[in-house]
Design a protein. Structure first.
Length: 117
C-alpha cells in the first residue's frame, strides 16, 4: 500500500520506523518540503468527484471502479498539467497576510503583532 504523506518528521520516530519494518507492505512517499504538491492531488480528486462520481449511480464496487478508471483514462488523454496561476511572491504575500491576521486575533495585549520573515 503506497501512502502519500507531507514531509513532517513524525515518520522518523523510532516507533514509526519499527512499525514500518514490521509492515513492509506499506511504502511511504513524501511530498517535497514546502511544496503544494498535495494541493494538486486534492484538486484532482475534486475534479474526479465532480465529473465522474457526483450524482452518479454506482450500483456496485466494480461499477464505481469502472467510473473512476474511465475518468482517469480520459483525463490522461488530455495530458494537460496543473498550472499555478500565482507567482511565488503572491503566495508568500498571502501567507504573510494570513499569519498577521492569526497573530492579531490571538494577541493578548489587544494590539497587532506583525509577522516578519
Amino acid at each position: 500500500m503506497h501512502l502519500i504523506l507531507d514531509n513532517l518528521s513524525v515518520h522518523k520516530t523510532p516507533a514509526v520506523q519499527r512499525w514500518l519494518v514490521q509492515h513492509p507492505r506499506f511504502v511511504l512517499h513524501f511530498t517535497p518540503t514546502y511544496a503544494s504538491w498535495m494541493n494538486m492531488i486534492e484538486r484532482f480528486f475534486g475534479l474526479l468527484t465532480e465529473h465522474a462520481l457526483k450524482r452518479g449511480s454506482h450500483s456496485s464496487v466494480p461499477v464505481l471502479r469502472q467510473a473512476i478508471g474511465d475518468y482517469i483514462d480520459e483525463h490522461n488523454k488530455l495530458g494537460k498539467p496543473f498550472v499555478w496561476t500565482k507567482t511565488a511572491e503572491e503566495v508568500l504575500d498571502g501567507v504573510k497576510r494570513a499569519a498577521n491576521r492569526i497573530l492579531q486575533a490571538h494577541s493578548t495585549a489587544g494590539k497587532g503583532t506583525d509577522f516578519h520573515q
